[in-house]
Design a protein around this ligand. Structure first.
Ligand code: SAM
Ligand code: SF4
Length: 335
């Protein structure tokens, strides 16, 4: 249902309605996942990134234009000081139906109850493996047990929906897909498998060699689980299946093998305040410049957002066999 005071006003040239905003609130992270970051990253200086107040203003502007769902992501959103207060502020926007977050789970043990109290409904937690050594190899700095304790903490806090996100890479973790689904079943939570996307140049990691398709994952799972196709959508690009006899849903996000652009309902706000109209293209509008040139002027800000819809591209053009054309990292974009 559309909130009476906030009709949808964000419609692009292809007739797609944009009602979902993802915001990267920091480019920093306590992990260095091989597919996401280089080992020695240089992070942005503070003056270049949006303040928490600016993010809250933008969230409000988007909600007034009919956006119903905001996902807070990063980098690791929960390592930014004041993240919880920002979530509390966004959680008070009445017309927002959903405030959700994507996290690597490292801070959840202590923050789960605070997130629940702030009004966060659903949490996506990245978990690519249940093997502590492999976890260390993929994240470079992460501690598996800390993340597993974090998942138990969000379970105990009683969120509406908890989902694991796993990026599957050939010869790194592709043999673990059944174990990961079994873990989700045991915990009574959902899981989505994501095909790697070519964002940013990451040394010592060949994306075309690491590619492992959703179709292969489905084949691997079919030996152990009975997956029943589900028509359910959660406002994202996942195709869902139910694990027969359980509450667990298994999703597949397949940017290579299943182009989902025709139903795209989202835009992304980078940590620098650039509104990205497509994950796989550079079309963007500098909303930080608009905000800082017109402090307190919601009308101008909202008009800039409405105008931005005119440059939303029709689709992404990922090719894992070529050097990435998209040089920004997922952590800056807000994956
Ligand atoms: N730090 C948080 C986390 O890891 O969940 C939030 C940000 S992270 C960029 C969001 C999601 O993007 C994670 O699930 C991560 O696995 C995924 N991701 C990062 N780089 C990716 C890439 N090159 N291709 C596909 N997914 C990627
Ligand atoms: Fe950090 Fe998430 Fe990127 Fe891993 S995927 S380096 S946890 S931002």
């Amino acid at each position: 249902m559309t909130h009476p005071s906030n009709p949808v006003q964000l419609i692009d040239r292809f007739g797609r309605t944009v009602d979902y905003l993802r915001i990267s609130i920091t480019d920093r992270c306590d992990f260095r996942c091989v597919y996401c970051m280089a080992e020695d990253m240089t992070f942005l200086p503070r003056a270049q990134i949006l303040t928490l107040e600016e993010i809250a203003t933008l969230g409000k502007a988007f909600a007034e234009l009919g956006v119903k769902k905001i996902r807070i992501t990063g980098g690791e959103p929960l390592v930014r000081k004041g993240a919880l207060e920002l979530l509390q502020t966004l959680g008070q926007i009445e017309s927002l139906h959903e405030l959700v977050i994507t996290t690597n789970g490292s801070q959840l043990e202590t923050m789960a109850t605070g997130l629940k109290a702030a009004g966060v409904k659903r949490i996506n937690i990245s978990l690519d493996t249940l093997d502590a050594d492999k976890f260390k190899a993929i994240t470079r700095t992460g501690d598996l047990q800390q993340v597993l304790r974090g998942i138990d903490a969000v379970k105990a806090a009683g969120f509406e929906r908890i989902k694991i996100n796993a990026v599957i890479l050939k010869d790194r973790n592709h043999l673990e897909v059944c174990d990961l689904v079994q873990y989700a079943v045991d915990k009574g939570i959902d899981i989505s498998f994501i095909e790697e996307m070519p964002l940013g140049v990451v040394a010592k990691h060949d994306r075309s060699e690491a590619y492992y398709s959703s179709a292969l994952i489905k084949q691997d799972l079919a030996n152990t689980f009975s997956l029943v196709a589900s028509l359910e959508k959660t406002g994202g690009p996942s195709n869902y299946f139910k694990v027969a006899g359980t509450q667990t849903r298994v999703g597949f996000i397949s940017p290579h093998s299943d182009n989902f652009c025709s139903t795209c309902n989202r835009v992304r706000l980078t940590v620098e305040g650039r509104l990205l109209l497509c994950l796989g293209n550079e079309h963007s509008v500098d909303l930080k410049a608009v905000l800082r040139a017109n402090p307190g002027n919601m009308t101008i800000l909202k008009q800039a957002i409405v105008n931005a819809m005119l440059i939303k591209p029709e689709k992404h053009e990922f090719n894992i066999h070529e050097q990435p054309v998209i040089l920004r990292y997922m952590s800056m974009t807000g994956g």
